[in-house]
Design a protein around this ligand. Sequence first.
Ligand SMILES: *Cc1c(COP(=O)(O)O)cnc(C)c1O
Length: 421
Amino acid sequence: MEKHFEKTLAYAQAQDEKDPLKKFRNEFYFPPKVDGSPSLYFAGHSLGLQPKKAREFIIAELDDWAKFGVEGHFHARHPWLPYHEFVTGMVSRLVGADPLEVVMMNTLTVNLHLMMLSFYRPTKSKFKILVEAGAFPSDQYAVESQIRLHGFHPDQALVELFPRLGERCLRMEDILERIEREGDELALILMGNANYLTGQAFDMKEITKAGHQQNAFVGFDLAHGAGNLKMHLHDAGPDFAVWCSYKYLNSGPGGLAGCFVHARHAYDFKGPRLHGWWGQNKKTRFKMEKTFDPIPGVEGWQLSNPPIFQMAAIRASLDIFDEAGMGRIAEKGEKLTSYLAYLIQDLNFCEIVTPADPKERGSLMCLKVKVDAQKLNEKLVKMGVHCDFREPDIIRFTPIPLYNSFQDVFELYEVLKHAIQ
Ligand SMILES: *Cc1c(COP(=O)(O)O)cnc(C)c1O
């Protein structure tokens, strides 16, 4: 562990003083403790805090709706007809993609299904889906139902990657070995680019390359990667990716999800997909013609006209990400998380599940605690800490670079010290 960290409030405050992102903290609302002071918020991996601008942006749309009625589609300050396009540039910079490759639409699980309808095309000899064992339940349900939709059974078609005995994270060499072993039977690889529970980050490029060598499609769930890890989705090369925006991306509960389809599928997508009018060629959309003529790129997968208030919220949040820059965000996230790991190690009440190597994780700290985790969680809640508890013994804290400070991390350490006694 890093030697240069120090276990003092003065040290933490000095880090905050020289933090290039420090001004962004003030752009978010912190839920107050009972005494009215801001709580220690470490649950950004579950629900990100509200950007103050979100309220302003949503009210602007409400006002324009009142003022323009249906004409708001053309005359609102941000016209609703092309509204989703106002975030495309920011999203593409966020995940390292071409604008043609990204869109915000629907919600995560819906996008996952849409993508699997297009990229899971099993045949008698090529029908398997490779996933992480213990993936987020919604992903597991989605994958299983897709397998059954095509007349297969998960017992034959679902390949789960388990960590080695006694280990909690996967080893890259084991992932690659398994891909090769399943070989030509593999139809799709679907993994988190950061595991939701352990925070382990995977090398998307390597996995994609290995999958493509077996002629499998490769998709990633970026629920814990988007807004957390610095990514180059286009270069990494997966066929698709999906992510929600209410966790690290602060778009509010049930906020819109992201979807990425690689440029190689932009113009000549011949595979199956579900159609809706928002995916239709913009020039002819309102001619209401019968033949579907898709917009090139991922926009062609859009179904409905999007919910503008949710779009306004994500636009407010992405403005902040765009200004701060994912490089700086990830860099600070790595320092904050390392600092938290350094402080926690000292307390000797848990095993740190999240990989120690910063290259193998983003901002997330998953702990397997040796004390009663539920009681500890209850105590922390009473002391004004937001984190999350997973039965039986897992507690996760996430220091979010845009709004958490080194002082927050230090204060969390002090609270933990008391709580475990
Ligand atoms: C949060 C999360 C989801 C949630 O799915 P929704 O469709 O947004 O409700 C799914 N998968 C992963 C990996 C998640 O972390």
